[in-house]
Design a protein around this ligand. Sequence first.
Ligand code: FAD
Length: 424
Amino acid sequence: MTDQIAGARAASVAAPSAGASSRGDAVVVGGGVIGLGIAWRAALAGLQVTVVDDAPGRGASWAAAGMLAPVTEVHYGEQALLRLNLAAAARWRAFVAELEQCAGASVGYRRCGTLIVARDSDDNAALEDLYRFQRSLGLQVERLRGRECRHLEPGLAPSVRGGVLAAGDHQVDNRALVAALLTACKRAGARCRAGRVAAVRVERDRVRGVVLAGGEPLEASTVVLAAGCWSGALGGLPPRVLPPVRPVKGQLLHLRGPAEEPLCQRNVRGLEVYVVPRGDGRVVIGATVEEQGFDTTITAGAVHDLLRAVFELLPEVTELELVETVAGLRPGSPDNAPLLGPSQLEGLVIAAGHYRNGILLTPVTADAMAELLVSGRVPAAITRFSPRRFAGAAGAAGAPPSRSSVDVSSPPVWVSRTERGLPR
Ligand code: FAD
C-alpha cells in the first residue's frame, strides 16, 4: 500500500457533502477482482466501503486463466497499456505478500515464466516479428531454437520450431485470488452486500448512492462502477457517463493430471492456444475470443479447437482428465485499455474495461483507485486511462472494437493473427 493511502483516513473523492461519512463513503458496484481490490485498499485506508454484488467473484474474474503476462500480451498500438501492464506486474510480489497475510490464504502466485512456441515455420516467422517488436520496446525476451524449447519443456512436440521465452511473465490462481480478496475486504472492514444494483441515484447533477434491485437505497457520496462487462448498462445514469464496455466471450478448459508428471512447468503459449499449469497437476487451457454479446454457451467446436491446438504443442494433453469447461465475459473497451478515474458526473468514478488483463491489472487498479477515493486526485499511473477519453461514446458499448479507435501504427503479422483469434 502506498504511504499516501496508508496515512489517509476517511477523506473522499469529489468533495462529499457534509455528513457523508455517516452514510458510507463509497459503494462499489461489482465484486470481481477490480471491485474487491479497490474496496480492500480503500477500507485499509479508513474509508467506509460497501461492495454490492449478488455473485461476487463469479464473473470474468472466475473464468480467467490468471496469466500475469505483460510481455507476451503486448500488441501493436498498445504501448500505453503496456506501460500500465508492466507497472502492474512489478507490484505483484508485494501485493501477494500483503494480501496473503491479510487473508491468511495462498493465492497461488507462481513465478514460472512463459514460453511462446511455434509449431511450424509460419508460426516461427510470426514469432520472429513478435520478438523483434518486444525487443524494440526494451522488453526482456530470449529467442530460442526448437531443441532449446524442448530442453526447457520436455513435453513439447518434436515439430516445435522455435520459441520466445518471457521469463518475467508469471501467473496467479485467479479463483484463489478472488477468495482471498473477499476475506481481506471483510477483515479490513469493508461490507460485502449480496444484491444487485438496479440504479445509481443521481440528484442535482451528483451521485447520492444506489438503489438495489429490491428497491432498498444505499446512500454514499461516491459510487465506484466496477461491474465488469455489465458496467455499460447500469440504470439511473445519463448515457454520456456510461462506459463503452462490452462483453467479449472466452471459453476455456480445466484439466488435471498427476502433479509429479506435469504437462509443462511454465505457461506455454502457441499462436492459437495457451496452457497455464498450476503446479499441482491442474492445467488451464484457453481461450476463444468471441463477439457474441452476453452469451456464455460452451460449444463443442471451441472445446475441439482448443484441444486440437494444445495437442499440436503438448501431445500428452490427451492423458489428462477434462475437469471443467468455462465461458466468461471479458469487459472489452474500444481501445482494449481500462477506463479508470472520475466520470463526468460528480461522485461517480469508473474502474471498468480491463478486457484481457484484469487479473494482471488488479494491484495497480486497486491502489490507484483507492488513492483517488482518499485524496480526490487522479494518480499519475492512471491519468492516461481517464473514462473521459470516450466522452459521448455511449453508443459504442456492444460494438466490436473499431480499428480506427486503435493506434495501429506498425501492424502486420502479429496484429492480423490476433484478429483471427489469438488467445487473449
Ligand atoms: P468481473 O470479474 O466480471 O466482475 C464484475 C462483477 O460485477 C460480477 O461479479 C458481477 O456479478 C457484478 N455485477 C454486474 N452488474 C452488477 C450490478 N448491477 N450490481 C451488482 N453487481 C454487479 N486477465 C488476466 O489478467 N490474465 C488472464 O490470463 C486472463 N484470462 C482470461 C480468460 C478468459 C476466458 C476471460 C473471460 C478473461 C480473462 N482475463 C484475464 C480478463 C479478466 O478476467 C478480466 O479483465 C477481469 O476479471 C475483470 O474483472 P472485473 O472485476 O472488472 O469484472
